[in-house]
Design a protein. Sequence first.
Length: 194
Amino acid sequence: MSYRSFQITTAPTVTPVTTADIKTHLRITHSDDDTLLDSYATAAQDTLQRLCRRSLMEQTITLKLDTFPSAGIELPRPPALSVTSIQYVDTDGNTQTWSSGDYMVDVSSEPARVVPAYGESYPDVRTETPNSVTVVYQAGHEAVGDVNDTIRLAFKLLVGHYYENREATTYTKFHDLPLGLQMLMAAYEMPEVF
């Protein structure tokens, strides 16, 4: 499958680890740095989602394709929760909405995929129009506790790294992401969907 555009249109509103859990992990007993830790948590979530190509917490994603792929539309950044809408440009150049009763969403596959319902087929699209198909869907975990403990540990390590190394480099030290973080995330890395 070849998608042309992939965008998180509504970012997650929570991170997979609470500020209190981060503070416990880092042995911070004051609240002076809570806002800073929250900003590091947001950055850590973005970094880990890019590293493992997964959605950690619930978010809205918009995917654009030039046409309907015959093998099904694979939804990047699992886990997919539901499809909100599928629109397409018909052969006359008009934007149409594909009826949800005409397709099925296989969320038990990873990545999830959208295929025509039994007895249905993909609508005809204007192939000369780029990004003729637009899929809007929800992906990520609905509850903090649903995120794997290994990913949550990697998250805490990354926030700790950001907290302890507030500059990328200094005259005396060069800092890189902790090796342990990369090893923890390798097991959950999702191959890129193209």
